[in-house]
Ligand binder design. Structure first.
Ligand code: IPD
Length: 265
């Protein structure tokens, strides 16, 4: 069994390489290659190329591990490990030249689905800012040598929150109603456009809380580990897990209140 720190080191190396490729492609100009389920659900050639690079490198370094990525077919492995990868989280930002995008890489052991939010190691790398957030299970979450901690006591005046909106236009009315319910808890609300960065910022105490409905595993697998390792709580519905239901991530003091407001009918 590899040590979680070794998996973390490999994830860091891959995220740096992948991020450098994404950043370079961005400077060369980016075109939307395809629109997927909705106008906001897009893919660029860079998303595909970056995922292919990560996949190739993993096949060489860790043959036999499974792979679950946003842009290519999932593959079950012959080892207990699965790599969960969003090559560019925040693709709309990326395509429009807004620097809030990230490479998200996590590795989980065991049956992938139920454990995606307790990865063994995870990295969220923002190539435009150069910030690399990383964690290994039980060993803390870190940014450039500094241990991360969630904001344990958000200001009583109101929390700085972030959210995202689902792609399906049929869900937008519900998303906006949720925002209205949550606003009494908030000092202000951000829509950063990258779930991985939202979660990394909760881990770093920059945001007091984040909520979004309908995330995919590659959006939250690495960020969830950062939050937990920074002393935060991540969960949602159904069954207290993030995922296709509601995901809420905060420090311990705010969790129940934000979850209740986010879920209220
Ligand atoms: C999306 C971003 C966005 C969030 C969506 C995600 P993508 O990921 O994280 O902020 O609101 O739910 O799907 O498509 O840019 O990789």
């Amino acid at each position: 069994m590899p040590a979680v720190e070794d998996l973390e080191s490999l994830a860091i190396e891959l995220a740096r390489e992948a991020g450098e490729l994404a950043r370079r492609r961005r400077t060369e100009g980016v075109a939307i290659a395809a629109t997927k389920s909705a106008l906001a659900d897009i893919v660029t050639e860079a998303d595909r190329e970056v995922e292919a690079l990560i996949r190739e490198r993993l096949a060489a370094e860790r043959p036999g591990d499974g792979f679950l990525g946003e842009e290519s077919a999932a593959e079950r492995g012959t080892t207990p490990y699965t790599w969960v990868v969003d090559p560019i989280d925040g693709t709309v930002n990326y395509a429009y030249g807004i620097p809030a995008y990230a490479v998200s890489i996590a590795v989980v052991s065991g049956e992938p689905d139920p454990q995606l939010w307790t990865a063994d190691a995870g990295v969220v790398f923002g190539p435009a800012s150069g910030e690399l957030f990383h964690a290994a299970r039980g060993r803390g979450a870190w940014l450039h040598g500094q241990r991360l901690a969630v904001n344990a006591e958000p200001s009583a005046a109101g929390a700085l929150l972030a959210t995202g909106f689902g792609y399906d236009p049929a869900t937008h009315a519900g998303d906006l109603a949720r925002v209205a319910r949550v606003m009494p808890l908030a000092r202000d609300l951000r829509r950063i456009g990258s779930a991985a960065l939202d979660l990394a910022y909760v881990a770093a105490g920059r945001l007091d809380g984040y909520f979004e409905r309908g995330l995919n595993p590659w959006d939250h697998a690495a960020g969830a580990l950062l939050v937990v390792e920074a002393g935060g709580v991540i969960g949602g519905s159904p069954g207290g897990r993030p995922g296709r239901g509601m995901t809420v991530a905060t420090g311990p003091a705010l969790f129940e209140k934000l979850l209740e407001a986010a879920l209220a009918a």
